[in-house]
Design a protein around this ligand. Structure first.
Ligand code: NDP
Length: 407
């Protein structure tokens, strides 16, 4: 564990060193300070680590403060760690309770179970809300097969530690060491209690804007503190925002990067093209990786009408798993959702090896208006897992079996 943590921290330090170097290369002044907008237009106050304050002015201000992990609201919430802490633990996490059912919860459950830790996943509603349900069921079965215990429809009622404590430093210390007794409630209101070495909370992230002085500067935010923008511009013309701090946009790092590039081109390079948020591909890095672009089957049926939609499916064995002792019983899964009225592909879903790599290029094709005929006319690369997406034949409406042999 300590070697893993050391390597991760070294990698992050290397990345940060690289970013600082790039800033220097472009003659960008870097100030390590806490910023807030003052009431004076174009003015930002900066407070450094020593508490010294100064002000800077700028023609334009871009807010890109991202989010912070949301904390639980039950007693003992401070005894839970977040994804910010996990790779800083000096001791291995041991028997771990993960609370949440989103990307972070499932990815963490997958890698901790893979490292041999006992993992329990507590989910208040469903796993991966908004994703294609058929795919999510396959991920859930795979996690269970790997030894993850899932507690559905349960919410934590309290967490008690060896030293439930008054000082925040002591609380932080006890979050990373000592047994925690967790009591939770199921959907019938029944309570249960169990002990864990680590409680890991991944219930979403909140915009970190409360101390940014946005209200003083007249910047409109929504109820969760995110900045309301039109094309990355807030209601105050010289204040812009990119990334997770923007209301109503996908919370994904590459989305923030692309939004920033697009904004820079419009502000400084004469572009008039806004950032197109359609067909953003994303991957959930669970042990059975899941890459997805566009609509889930449920969303397609709801938005386009069930009678206008069909899904083409295949469950097949990737060649690289056929001879793999650990995975030879596992299958990949591919689903392409088509709008039958114009043959347009409105959703691509793939579960299997290298899902991020597989789905990336298909996102470009979908952005260009990919049709199912064009996809099937594409020559596959044999014997890859992605090839299957070019040769899907069995439709949901046919009711034919979707299981195939090795690719
Ligand atoms: P998500 O928004 O993905 O999921 C939050 C989960 O927590 C949901 O299952 C939600 O359940 C549950 N939840 C919310 N509030 C509570 C509560 N009070 N008690 C119990 N459960 C609760 O958040 P994550 O923290 O997983 O990830 C944060 C962001 O980071 C995501 O938006 C994601 O885009 C990004 N990310 C992307 C990755 C990738 O691209 N591979 C990897 C990791 C993170 P319910 O459905 O009931 O609301």
């Amino acid at each position: 564990w300590s070697k893993l943590v050391g390597n991760v921290q070294d990698h992050i330090a290397g990345l940060n060193f690289g970013y600082k170097g790039e800033l220097r290369d472009y003659s960008i002044t870097y100030r390590n300070a806490l910023a807030s907008l003052t009431g004076t237009p174009h003015e930002v106050s900066l407070r450094d680590k020593q508490g010294k304050t100064s002000t800077v002015t700028a023609k334009r201000i871009v807010v890109a403060v991202g989010g912070r992990p949301r904390a639980l609201s039950c007693p003992g919430a401070e005894l839970a760690i977040s994804s910010d802490d996990v790779f800083q633990l000096s001791n291995a996490p041991g028997n771990t309770l993960i609370i949440g059912g989103g990307y972070i919860a499932l990815e963490t459950a997958g890698f901790l179970a893979g490292l041999g830790f006992k993992v329990t996943l507590m989910v208040r509603s469903i796993l991966l809300r908004g994703f294609d349900r058929e795919c999510v069921v396959l991920i859930e079965k795979d996690l269970v097969r790997r030894g993850v215990t899932i507690l559905p429809h349960c919410t934590p009622a309290k967490i008690e530690g060896a030293a439930s404590s008054s000082s925040s430093a002591a609380a932080a210390a006890s979050a990373t060491s000592g047994r925690k007794s967790v009591t939770w409630t199921d959907e019938d209101g029944k309570e249960a209690t169990a002990d864990f070495d680590t409680v890991f909370c991944a219930i979403g992230r909140d915009a970190d804007t409360s101390s940014l002085g946005l209200a003083d500067a007249g910047v409109t935010t929504n109820r969760s503190g995110k900045i309301v923008c039109k094309e990355e511009q807030s209601n105050v013309p010289h204040v812009f925002a990119i990334g997770d701090v923007v209301a109503g946009k996908p919370e994904l790092t590459p989305v923030a990067i692309q939004a920033g590039r697009s904004l820079a081109r419009r502000l400084f390079a004469g572009s008039t093209v806004g950032f197109d948020y359609r067909c953003v591909a994303t991957t959930v890095f669970t042990p059975l990786e899941y890459g997805t672009i566009g609509l889930s089957e449920e969303a397609a049926e709801e938005q386009l009408g069930a009678e206008n939609v069909d899904a083409f499916l295949s469950k097949y064995k990737p060649l690289e798993w056929t001879l793999n002792y650990y995975r030879h019983e596992e299958s990949a899964f591919a689903k392409v959702i088509v709008d039958l009225r114009d043959d347009r592909v409105v959703g691509i879903h793939y579960l299997g090896p290298n899902a991020g790599e597989v789905t990336q290029g298909f996102a470009a094709a979908m952005r260009m208006g990919l049709t199912f005929t064009a996809l099937r006319d594409t020559v596959g690369i044999h014997p890859t897992v992605a090839e299957e997406l070019t040769s899907l034949e069995v439709s949901r409406s046919s009711g034919a079996p979707i299981e195939k042999g090795s690719c």
